[in-house]
Design a protein around this ligand. Sequence first.
Ligand code: 7RM
Length: 656
Amino acid sequence: MSEPTIESILQEKRLFPPTPEFSQNAQIQSLEDYQQLYDKAKADPEKFWADLAETQLHWFQKWDTVLDWKPPFAKWFDGGKMNISYNCLDRHLTTWRRNKAALIWEGEPGDSRTFTYAQLHREVCQFANVLKQLGVKKGDVVGIYMPMIPEAAIAMLACARIGAPHSVVFGGFSAEALRDRLIDGEAKLVITADGGWRKDAIVPLKAQVDKALSNNSVPSVTNVLVVKRTQQEIQMEPGRDHWWHDLQQGISADCPAEPMDSEDMLFILYTSGSTGKPKGVVHTTAGYNLYTHMTLQWAFDLKDTDVYWCTADVGWITGHSYIVYGPLSNGATTLMYEGAPRASNPGAFWDVIEKHGVNIFYTAPTAIRAFIKMGEQHPKTRNLSSLRLLGTVGEPINPEAWMWYHRVIGGEKCPIVDTWWQTETAGFMITPLPGAIPTKPGSATLPFPGIIADIVDLEGNTVPDNEGGYLVVRHPWPGMMRTVYGDPDRFRRTYWEHIPPQDGKYVYFAGDGARKDEDGYFWVMGRVDDVINVAGHRLGTMEIESALVSHPAVAEAAVVGKPDEMKGEEVFAFVTLEGDHTPSEELVKELKKHVVQEIGAIARPGEIRFTDALPKTRSGKIMRRLLRNLAAGQEVAGDTSTLEDMGVLDKLREGV
Ligand code: 7RM
């Protein structure tokens, strides 16, 4: 198995048209229908989105303007009032969906809970009242650091209900990473659990929160709410810490959804970029609601009878958009699972599909590769016949993994929906509409209606078909991020000025390299900036370098991605040492541990190579291209004439 390369992809000619049965029952049934929809949206994007906003969502008050575009700042549905928690819950209660399963939860040690829409609504209202009682007001940011339990979704919806933007921090992040994010967002309150299950072990979430808040390092946080999950001993600080179940006891379930302005902030979610610390991506209410709602409905051909399972963690955008908001806004049944793929229980995922009769399954290539490694006897011995659609996201999928997914999991009858998108885009941008668009293994196929995607050079000129370039979007869309929290200038520079605007026309720069083939299909190759993608998790090389340099033994560090069969990429660090420190196996271990402590286990370097010096240009820039070649064990390719000291290369090959 290997990552897709230009060569392997250029040879990929297989085409998988939708089956007639699938198309006949789909919302968008043919390529012609897709083309019509696409053209209609392109001709008048504002009308296209406004019509959908009108028919698909509930509004307390209609908007005045559909799009107010002062590049690169957009307002969608300005003047309108709505609430996404209302759209996800209340509006379903007056329909037959009232007693439909909204959330099915499958816990790691085998416990399981189901909430109907009426039950979920009640929980959310009660918890919203808990938040209010603790003084949380509209506009206050709430930190959420939780395992994959229903309370995570309840907390998010409760925040949305009262207009308190949430800032969810993935439970695998360290106390330090959590602290940085809470400080940046000036969070008023943190919601966590005593612990969380992660692959047979307990993650001490509350202890991490204590560490993050120690020495009054996040003065804005005045309360911590704790869900009891793993039952181990924890410290509860009187006055600050409260048990969720204590406060939820006997509290009113009456909490009308706050009418929010369309552009009120819904949440902040941090993501890695090429420079500096992680960026707080800001999403707002109405555009986000509409975009996640429509993309899920059309790309996954969502039906009211479906059981839908997205395996992401709610700590990532995929969990926000496609476990919580998108599915519930559509009145779907969404399944949430606390477990992760692991060799100690290789049939666990297939058991969940069989037990709940899952119809739509959405996961990441890295998980698929782990399933392949565990062996096809596990899925083969479960009844997976309920499945009718498979999705993938997070990184380019190699054709071998695609074919395995198609054959072994999909029984050769399920369309594979490869969705390209980002934290910044809120929802799918390039994706098959499964009843309409024939798929090709490794391609996310065509842009979603309303999305004007292109492949350009650094000046913004469209490049010819089949030539590599930068993936951009040429027109605003409702789900686009609105700004970087607290740093609008960074938003402008990173996303909208990387490709210089031509004639006042701004294009959104995604940070991915891609190619468009003669059928207009997009083939995403991966990041073109200093972001690496480890097991579908996005990491900034800068962040890992800063973590390494914060260790007293380290003078300088350069981090690159090394191709990895399972994880796509692995963290590879080149390190020079301070003064009298000498390389050793112990130091390697210590530095790996240090990175885990500073960022989290997802950033643990696979390999650390000590060196006397890093290859630099005469102007002092680290030549990462050379390091990437070295990490991959390849000969150093391309121009090395700007390298200041050629001798550095030989030493790097060997390490010291
Ligand atoms: C949803 C998510 C975004 C980055 C993006 C790409 C890569 C995501 C695909 C993909 C090829 C895909 N958000 N990426 N999906 N590459 N094909 N279908 O992953 O913000 O965490 O990452 O992930 O590089 O820029 S994210």
